[in-house]
Design a protein around this ligand. Sequence first.
Ligand code: PLP
Length: 467
Amino acid sequence: MTAAPREGRAALPAVDAILRSAGGARLIAQFGRTLVLDAVRAVLAMRRESGEAGSVDTVIAEAAAALEKLMQPSQRQVFNLTGTVLHTNLGRAPLPEEAIEAAAAAMRAPSSLEYDLATGRRGERDDHISGWLVRLTGAPAALAVNNNAGALVLALNTLADGRETIVSRGELIEIGGSFRLPDIMARAGTRLREVGTTNRTHLADFAAAIGPETGLILKAHTSNYAIEGFTAAVPAAKLAGLAREHGVPFIEDLGSGSLVDLDIWGLPHEPTVAEALAQGADLVTFSGDKLLGGPQAGLVVGHADLVARLAKNPLKRALRLDKIRLAALEAVLRLYADPDRLAQRLPTLRLLARPQSEIAALAERLLPAVQRALAGLAEAGIAETRSQIGSGALPVSLLPSAALVLRPMGAGKSGGAVEALASTLRHLPTPVIGRIEAGKVVLDLRCLEDEAGFLDQLAELRAGLLR
Ligand SMILES: *Cc1c(COP(=O)(O)O)cnc(C)c1O
């Protein structure tokens, strides 16, 4: 029923004929009529523009390809072989199964999110996690918000709105571009009162700055850089004493803030939340998806009266956690109650504590298959490497690891061949994200747990490189 093409127009089938064809019916069954109609119209318009003719089958095939692409999830699962365990751009902490199940259950049906089942009255959403945080940190009270940046905004705004917040010049940190402490403070309505110098700040600097305008004293954990040489910082306990003397709150932003002593698993020491409290912080803020290994969240623990003031700030409502993340966070905190099995059950800790010998053995197992897949195209070998924790935790402490190192054959100095190899890896069904180093693609295997899933894609990798 295709009408004869008019003068100067490409011969194209009518939309109706395409939709009514067997191929059209198959596409509609898969994607629904609305999307198929849009896609078919787009293909026809493109061909009309370019003057290219086409049959029902070619239009269907093009529409199908466009729809496959459109309907592919935008946020995709990837293999994080960058060597950075808590990679902010790759979603930070992978969650334990217990948390995944709890989140799914919270999504599926109504829950007792803000409902006290004992009394039948309204409940508090943070009650699901505050009991655990109190138990695990020794703090009298706790609350949770969207992320640690949110926790800081809430604390600064509640306690120092319109007044000064005193911070050491050496701690005016930037974390990943979009988080700069001075900007956060300005938006929270508090005036920044910098004291000391970049490399040295003394207790006397703080003491001289304290006055009627002081809202609070803030200490920020400068974990993503180190100032070395002629340096001095005021210990938290001294700052806490000074703050108490003047009746102003002292807040410590720990950033990563671990709930357990990482030394137990042979990892470098990162200050724990309990330590910060023991040194006298009135409030401690930290992230849920850094070393804690949970979902994105900002956690605040400390004095009950201060936590209660934060909870009453209208900003708390704007920053609160949803039921899905609260369920996941609660499940993660429950795992901490059994520290003996924590390193097996909490993926973040399992990956951080993974022994180099185990990673090296994995590299040995994978190498022959990788070499076969790359035969004639690239050389593959094994190298020792060092992973990092990421997300601002202990950047200088690197964890011994093992990597597959891929070098394209005949790679020139321009690096085009290495870029192409990295790009092919990124375009696999489950993208493989490595890092480029000195003309090679380095795949740090610390975070590779799905060995079979990785091997399954090697044929596709070869096909991709040959295209
Ligand atoms: C990471 C970090 C933050 C920001 O935490 P988010 O949870 O990413 O909002 C704030 N302060 C410090 C010291 C950090 O390390």
